[in-house]
Write a new protein. Structure first.
Length: 264
C-alpha cells in the first residue's frame, strides 16, 4: 500500500468531523441496544403482544415510530457512516501496531456499520424489512447451491467464534483498552455484562445456522431475534431471556459511555 494512501487514511481518521461523527455513531448504537433489550424483555414476558423483533430492524422500526423518528434515524445514518469511515481508516493505517488481525477486525467493523447505516436508510424510506426474513432468504439461497449446506455450517461456526470473542472480551475486560481516561466502574460493569450477553445470544444464533445446515432446512437458521426467542422457549426461558435482555441493555449503556471515552 502506498504512503499516500496511508497518509490519506490517517488524515481521515484524525479528522475532527469523523471523530465527532463516530462518537455520535456509538451513542446511536447505545440507543439501538437499549431498544433491543426492551423488546427482548417484552418478548420474555409476552408484554405488548411481543410482535416487534428483538434485533436491529425491530429497534430501528421502534425509533421510526416516535415523533422524532426521522430525525433520529438520520442521526443514526450519519453516525454509522462516520464510524464505518473511521474503522476503514484504521484498516488502512493499521491501529495498535498494524497487526493483520487488527486490520481485519477494523475492516469487519467498517462493513458492519455500513450495514447499520443502510438498514437505517431503508427504514427512513419506509422499506425496512425484517432481519429474520433476510436471514431466511440468504440461507435459502446459499443452501440451494452446491456445497450450500457446508457454507451455512461455516457461517454458523464463524458466528459461534465471534460469540466466543464477545464472551472473552467481556470476561477479561479487554474492551477497556478501547477506552481512554477514567471511564468509571459502572462503565466497566455494564460493558462486561453487555459483551457476555451479546456473546450468549450470538452463540445461539450460530447454533441455529449449524442446525439448519445439518437438517438441510433453511428456515431453522436465524439471527438475533430467533436466538432470543429460542432461549425464551427453553426451560426457565423467560428468566434466562430477562437476564440476556438486561445484558444487551447494559451494552447500550456501555455504548453511550464509549461515545465519550472511546480512543479515536
Amino acid at each position: 500500500m502506498t504512503n499516500s494512501a496511508r497518509k490519506g487514511a490517517q488524515h481521515i481518521g484524525n479528522s475532527d468531523v469523523v471523530e465527532k461523527g463516530a462518537r455520535l455513531g456509538y451513542a446511536m448504537s447505545g440507543l439501538i441496544h437499549l431498544l433491543i433489550g426492551w423488546i427482548a424483555l417484552k418478548i420474555a414476558w409476552g408484554l405488548g403482544g411481543g410482535s416487534s423483533s428483538a434485533d436491529k430492524s425491530g429497534a430501528l422500526e421502534a425509533v421510526a415510530g416516535g415523533t422524532t423518528g426521522p430525525f433520529l434515524l438520520w442521526l443514526a445514518i450519519a453516525g454509522f457512516l462516520m464510524l464505518a469511515l473511521w474503522h476503514l481508516s484504521q484498516a488502512v493505517v493499521g491501529g495498535q501496531g498494524g497487526e493483520v488481525l487488527d486490520r481485519l477486525k477494523a475492516a469487519g467493523m467498517a462493513v458492519l456499520y455500513l450495514v447499520f447505516a443502510w438498514s437505517a436508510f431503508k427504514v427512513v424510506r419506509g422499506a425496512g424489512g425484517s432481519d429474520e426474513q433476510k436471514t431466511d432468504s440468504l440461507t435459502g439461497t446459499l443452501m440451494s447451491n452446491p456445497g450450500g449446506r457446508v457454507l451455512v455450517g461455516i457461517v454458523g461456526l464463524a458466528i459461534i467464534a465471534v460469540a466466543g470473542y464477545h464472551v472473552w472480551n467481556g470476561w477479561t475486560k479487554h474492551f477497556v483498552d478501547d477506552l481512554g481516561g477514567n471511564p468509571g466502574t459502572w462503565v466497566v460493569t455494564s460493558g462486561r455484562a453487555g459483551f457476555i450477553a451479546k456473546g450468549v445470544a450470538l452463540a445461539i444464533a450460530g447454533l441455529l445456522f449449524v442446525g439448519a445446515a445439518l437438517s438441510d432446512n433453511a428456515s431453522k437458521a436465524g439471527g438475533l431475534d430467533a436466538s432470543l426467542k429460542e432461549l425464551r422457549d427453553r426451560p426457565f426461558g423467560p428468566y434466562l431471556l430477562t437476564v440476556v435482555a438486561l445484558g444487551i441493555a447494559a451494552f447500550g449503556v456501555y455504548s453511550f459511555a464509549r461515545a465519550r471515552h472511546a480512543k479515536l
